[in-house]
Design a protein around this ligand. Structure first.
Ligand SMILES: NC(=O)c1ccc[n+]([C@@H]2O[C@H](COP(=O)([O-])OP(=O)(O)OC[C@H]3O[C@@H](n4cnc5c(N)ncnc54)[C@H](OP(=O)(O)O)[C@@H]3O)[C@@H](O)[C@H]2O)c1
Length: 345
């Protein structure tokens, strides 16, 4: 196969306007044609093949959260995030060479000039797209932050999305006895039990027939919860605290209800009954990215093994073309997708 010539211009997705607080408002992105980047010292030029469309961009477009690991995005800024691509130009002394597939942080563009040190070879998993799986987050949560023990009942709040669809499966593989998820629709709940192995799924806003989330969760976990991987906050976290057993461990990973729930997307305030935290001696621990390299290596090794043996699936939807990316982000925010959403270039 011959490598296509490097074109003089290429497209990238940019923030166009500050995110609106209105629920369901478009993220306000544009696709711009720009000169193809020229790699500087220590950099390689990568032609992107896939990049991840992720919900946290809603917060970065709204100005970010103080202390967050990633900066906010201003109008005109190109978006960024995990991507897999092929190195098409590298200096002679680079550890990377043309033709090599790499994972790197400069998605949302057709070509990226990336520090070689920020690239990780993407050749160990059965499919390069699997490098865009958000599983390291759930794996860190359930092995280091709120470790799962054999037989535990685990609740994954937000169990259908990019992180959650893997976290539920990871909980099972780590020995959980019962795995419960939450989602926003009955159709997704059916998919989660049929395809992801959840024992039960509770549905936010399900209406009078099914009842409030807290009641559904109490029914789904009659003996209580041992471990909670929380990607939502809001009523999911309130219900989890009410349903927790004494000594339960919570990993607070995400705040989708605050990020996507119609507010500005940068706060996620809720009321918790602190008597419950006290009398049940609950541990709530925040987890914020910056995976340590040893953990990522361990995750990749186990993920690769689980994929090869068919014990885990990577639920994702491939959407072709960079021009589809702005709508894809709006659809992720609106909850129209299952699993991870990935643009294929
Ligand atoms: N701490 C870390 O290191 C780390 C790393 C990665 C991600 N995160 C965080 O983890 C969370 C999940 O990330 P993700 O990429 O996997 O997102 P995601 O779940 O793919 O986000 C989209 C989903 O959010 C749900 N959603 C939409 N509106 C909602 C609302 N008002 N309330 C509750 N849920 C709503 C919908 O799922 P349903 O229809 O199923 O409800 C939608 O499909 C995010 O908060 C993200 O910032 C944290």
């Amino acid at each position: 196969m011959t490598t296509p010539a490097i074109p003089p211009t290429a497209r990238e997705v940019r923030a166009a306007a500050p995110a609106s607080a209105a629920s369901g408002a478009p993220a306000g992105l544009t696709v711009a044609e720009v000169p193809t980047p020229v790699p500087g010292p220590g950099q390689v030029l990568v032609r992107n093949q896939y990049f991840h469309v992720y919900a946290a961009l809603r917060t970065l477009l709204a100005g970010s959260v103080p202390g967050a690991p990633y900066p906010g995005l201003n109008p005109g800024d190109p978006l960024f995030g995990p991507a897999v691509g092929e190195v098409v130009a590298a200096p002679p002394d680079s550890p990377l060479g043309p033709g090599q597939l790499v994972l790197h942080p400069l998605g949302w563009r057709e070509y990226a000039a990336v520090d070689a040190a920020a690239c990780e070879p993407a050749d160990g998993l059965p499919d390069p797209v699997a490098y865009l799986a958000s599983g390291a987050t759930g794996y860190a949560a359930l092995t280091q932050v709120a470790p799962v023990r054999a037989g535990d009942t685990v609740f994954v709040a937000g169990g259908a999305g990019a992180v959650g669809s893997l976290t539920g499966q990871i909980a099972r593989l780590l020995g959980a006895g019962r795995v419960i998820g939450s989602t926003g629709s009955a159709a997704k709940a059916d998919w989660m039990t049929a395809e992801l192995g959840y024992d039960a799924v509770v549905v936010r806003g399900a209406g009078p027939q099914t009842g409030p989330l807290a009641e559904q969760l109490a029914q789904a976990a009659p003996d209580g919860l041992d471990v909670v991987a929380d990607l939502v906050g809001g009523e999911d976290l309130q219900a989890a605290v009410a349903t927790a057993r004494a000594g339960a461990r919570f990993a607070l990973i995400g705040a989708l209800s605050g990020q996507l729930g119609g507010g500005a997307g940068v706060t996620s305030a809720i009321q918790l009954d602190t008597f419950q935290l006290i009398v049940k001696r609950l541990t709530l621990t925040g987890y914020s990215g910056g995976h340590d390299p040893a953990l990522v290596r361990e995750w990749r090794e186990r993920f690769g093994g689980w994929l090869r043996s068919g014990q885990i699936r990577f639920p994702h939807r491939l959407i072709p073309g960079i021009t589809a990316a702005p709508q894809a982000l709006d659809d992720v925010v609106a909850g129209h997708h299952h699993g991870a959403v990935i643009i294929a270039l």
